[in-house]
Design a protein around this ligand. Structure first.
Ligand code: UD1
Ligand code: UDP
Length: 390
């Protein structure tokens, strides 16, 4: 079986890392076990096995993200192989970016002719990968299928709905996600496998803590002080001057009201927009707000785990906060991760100054007791197993 993995952004690199590792292991051994041979899965004893399947895989990187700290750092930290193809697409309008990706991906898929294309999440890279494969009658496997915000103002919602409807394997993280697919008439090859973010978090938090403990990580911040952690990058916040202004004002007020430092690893999109709207300086001159460049995954996990509170509009960060037991408030009107709300680790505060300030009061220092709803950290293994058996 030949598998193409298509990725392009920071969260895709992180969330596909456990699947890539699993494929690496099996393609090294050049075998995979059959349904009846569970032991082989655990111990890689290929030679005792009858129904072997060869696995070959390769990675296509669209380079939707390209800055070192949005791209290269994750390949290094997660010890991932260099992609066989890099399309160097970079930034652009939705049409420009998606069209360039489709053009590049199609050519590669025609020449490589894989059996399956794996995409993860809801970015333009995901839609471009799924669409290119589907038109060539190559099977599409969508990891993190079935998430819905039911808000079509978000480009991500369009990408995930369209991708789900042209996918042949739908890897839903939870029963809620599966149910969303069923409601849209998608009922074939839907597998609830948890979210690969749990694999990545579990595999890397311990590494991060050990490296930190032995002073082998040069980190930009002091994680031993009390602080809140902030990330912000969603188009509905950054590209709307009123919403972004409200969030900035709320953050500034929060530093006074709660007397806490706020660490803000800033996405390049956000920096651009804050400068465009003349909001950057107000944040920068506030001594309690520590603006830093986006950090690597290991440092970010430490920042999340030790934060008294996380404020975010990121999908992955809502999940990680819940996995690491950090209280979270989400600076959005809706979330496609309702599981985090149900277990009490997350609340929605829109981009409303009072709701944000009240939300901080409710959630800061809250003890998160709910069980992580996104699985046990074996999603990558489960996905590869299902692909090989079906
Ligand atoms: C994209 C995804 C979003 C995801 C996010 C993860 C889409 C439509 N959006 O948003 O769903 O949550 O990635 O972070 O696919 N830029 C850089 N360097 C980079 C990348 C971006 O400077 O490496 C700047 C550029 O000014 C660019 C802007 O950020 O124009 C936006 O980048 P883009 O890839 O279009 O979208 P993201 O906001 O990163
Ligand atoms: N992340 C990181 N460094 C940072 C900010 C985030 O490594 O400075 C990681 C974070 O741990 C999570 C992922 O990036 O796994 C989330 O990506 P992002 O918020 O950009 O996208 P989203 O999840 O919203 O699509």
């Amino acid at each position: 079986m030949k598998i193409a993995i298509i990725l392009g952004t920071r969260p895709e690199i992180i969330k596909l890392s456990s699947i890539i590792r699993e494929l690496q292991n099996f393609s090294k051994e050049n075998f995979y076990s059959c349904k009846t041979c569970e032991a082989n899965l655990k111990h890689n004893q290929s030679n005792t096995h009858k129904d072997n399947k060869n696995i070959e895989y390769f990675i296509i990187h669209t380079n939707q993200h390209y800055s070192k700290n949005m791209d290269e750092i994750f390949f290094k930290e997660l010890n991932l192989p260099t992609p066989k193809y890099n399309l160097n697409v970079g930034s652009g309008t939705h049409g420009e970016q998606t069209a360039k990706m489709i053009d590049g991906i199609e050519k590669i898929l025609i020449s490589e002719n894989p059996d399956v294309v794996i995409v993860q999440g809801d970015t333009n890279t995901v839609l471009a990968g799924a669409l290119s494969a589907s038109k060539l009658h190559i099977k599409v496997a969508h990891v993190e299928a079935g998430l819905r915000s039911y808000d079509r103002n978000m480009p991500e919602e369009t990408n995930r709905v369209l991708t789900d409807h042209i996918s042949n394997y739908l890897f839903a993280p939870t029963e809620i996600a599966k149910h969303n697919l069923l409601k849209e008439g998608i009922n074939k090859n839907v597998f609830v496998v948890g979210n690969t973010i749990v694999d990545a978090t579990i595999q890397n938090i311990e590494i991060a803590e050990n490296i930190y403990k032995y002073n082998n990580m040069s980190i930009k911040t002091n994680i031993n002080e009390d602080y809140f952690l902030l990330t912000l990058h969603r188009a509905e916040n950054t590209d709307n001057k009123e919403r972004l202004t409200n969030i900035v004002n709320a953050i500034i007020k929060a530093t006074e009201q709660y007397n806490k430092k706020i660490i803000f690893p800033m996405h390049p999109r956000t920096e651009k927009k804050l400068k465009e709207y003349n909001l950057f300086e107000n944040l920068q001159k506030n001594s309690k707000i520590e603006i830093i460049e986006p950090v690597g995954y290991l440092e970010f996990l430490l920042l999340e785990k030790n934060a008294k509170l996380i404020l975010t509009d990121s999908g992955g960060v809502q999940e990680e906060a819940c996995i690491l037991g950090a209280p979270c408030i989400t600076l959005r009107d809706n979330t496609e991760r309702p599981e985090t709300i149900y277990i009490g680790s997350n609340i929605l505060v829109n981009a409303d100054i009072n709701k944000i300030l009240d939300g901080i009061g409710v959630m800061a220092n809250k003890k998160i007791n709910g069980n992580n709803p996104f699985g046990d950290g074996n999603s990558g293994k489960a996905i590869v197993k299902i692909l090989l058996e079906n």
